[in-house]
Write a protein that binds this ligand. Structure first.
Ligand code: ZN
Length: 130
């Protein structure tokens, strides 16, 4: 059974948290499911839904062609990877990614497709582990 992170009470009720992220000037918000403690008022996120939300934001960034440094960093973090891991996962090198961060227009289509695929796979995994 879930417990409050703060006071360990089990008196939790479902609530909705409006989460907003701004990445590369794009503002995205979504209502996320969470819980509210009836004893101390602590609000907790459902971590799976936060992860999927971040992956969803990452997918929007990729689909809309936002491949600047900020977007790439957000996407890498949403995938729970570092730059080096992302590079090897999509068959490129870390210095390729550093180059894309400097010049988003230089990112090859193959890399974008691989990143998109990674995001979709991760999203699936997160759903399954619940
Ligand atoms: Zn509490």
């Amino acid at each position: 059974m879930d417990r409050c992170l703060k006071c360990k009470s089990i008196k939790l009720e479902p609530t909705t948290i409006n989460e907003t992220r701004t990445v590369s000037g794009i503002r995205l918000s979504a209502p996320l499911p969470g819980t509210k403690c009836l004893v101390c008022g602590q609000i907790s996120y459902n971590l799976t839904s936060v992860r999927n939300y971040e992956l969803g934001v990452a997918l929007v960034l990729v689909n809309y062609g936002h491949h600047d440094a900020e977007s790439l960093r957000f996407i890498t973090a949403a995938l729970d990877l570092n730059r080096k891991m992302l590079a090897s996962a999509i068959g490129f090198t870390e210095s390729d990614i550093i180059g894309w961060e400097r010049d988003g227009a230089s990112i090859p289509k193959a890399a974008i497709d691989s990143i998109k695929k990674l995001i979709l796979e991760q999203n699936h995994k997160t759903n399954e582990s619940e």
